[in-house]
Design a protein around this ligand. Structure first.
Ligand SMILES: [Zn+2]
Length: 312
């Protein structure tokens, strides 16, 4: 039985865990876990990839899983690892959806082709960012840039799973060979603030695991930077005068792979009170050094800050 130590089960209102029992497949799907990771057969791990190291076994209806690389856990742990959430964020999200998802198995998986089609249509409905649009306002205000890289675009009315449509910042995620991986969405208001929706930042369903992918904010050069968030990456690029790409969260930062031609990497990490950002930055650094890259890490001095908060 997987240990519950270390991720704060004691903080949870007993009601949330009880309500979730027997509903984990639907809860996890509602919170962005692809249904193919919710079957009982061995297959790739949603966190670390591979071929057949992972299994969702849902013991006692608690959303349990096992991976020979990552270990094991319950539904809360899976959400924390996948989304970079802390325990209370995961509990809050589970609480929100637990009552509305049906008990039992998940709905039929969308095919790779359906997902690609949705990605193409969404990107096709977006347009380059121009001065004064919500994305321009958001990035100007948050990061102080007024030239926006082409892999960030503006969608005027993107559907949200809460219902309704909102302006959105779309960012294209690419694998190291430059092929598209998914789209990252940030829902905004017309005047360029974060929209008031249950989840402001979301991925679109991707045909393949996102490991090694990033948003390309500038050309890949011999010296390239990598950060978690898009806003952080743009701020770090200004501060350190080097192109900085965005892995979008701590789990994907740790799994990032530089494209061919890069020799030196700047990791612009987040200073999290939980040490999630620092741990991901150092873990990536260790792997890259092992693979022969020259690596430096920059982390803001103040706890709770990323480079977009740190100012110039
Ligand atoms: Zn794994």
């Amino acid at each position: 039985m997987p240990s519950r130590k270390g991720y704060g089960m004691q903080q949870l209102k007993p009601r949330t865990a009880d309500e979730a029992v027997g509903r984990w497949p639907g809860i996890l799907q509602a919170l962005g876990v692809d249904p193919r990771y919710l079957g009982k057969k061995h297959g790739p791990c949603p966190i670390c990839g591979g071929r057949d190291r992972y299994r969702f076994d849902d013991k006692e209806g608690r959303g349990t899983w096992f991976c020979s690389h990552c270990g094991s856990g319950d539904g809360f742990k899976l959400l924390q690892s996948l989304h970079g959430w802390n325990f209370s964020q995961a509990a809050k999200e589970v609480d929100r959806v637990a009552r509305i998802v049906p008990a039992g198995a998940v709905t039929q998986e969308r095919t790779e082709e359906n997902k690609l089609q949705a990605l193409r249509e969404t990107w096709g409905d977006s347009r380059p960012v121009t001065r004064g649009d919500p994305v321009w306002k958001y990035l100007t205000d948050r990061v102080g840039i007024d030239r926006v890289p082409p892999d960030i675009r503006f969608h005027p009315a993107l559907k949200h799973s809460d219902g309704g449509r909102h302006p959105a910042m779309l960012a294209r995620m690419c694998y190291p060979d430059g092929t598209g991986a998914s789209l990252h969405r940030t829902y905004l208001t017309k005047d360029g603030r974060k929209a008031s929706v249950s989840q402001v930042k979301k991925f679109m369903a991707a045909p393949k695991p996102l490991n090694s992918a990033a948003v390309r904010l500038g050309a890949g050069e011999i010296f390239l930077g990598i950060a978690e968030g898009i806003e952080t990456a743009l701020a770090a690029a200004l501060r350190f005068s080097v192109p900085v790409w965005a892995a979008t969260n701590a789990v994907l930062l740790e799994a990032w792979t530089p494209p061919i031609g890069v020799e030196r990497v700047l990791i612009a990490g987040d200073n999290d009170a939980s040490f999630t950002g620092q741990a991901a930055a150092f873990s990536l650094a260790r792997r890259l050094v092992h693979d022969g890259y020259a690596v430096e890490i920059q982390i803001p001095e103040t706890e709770g800050k990323d480079w977009a908060d740190a100012g110039l």
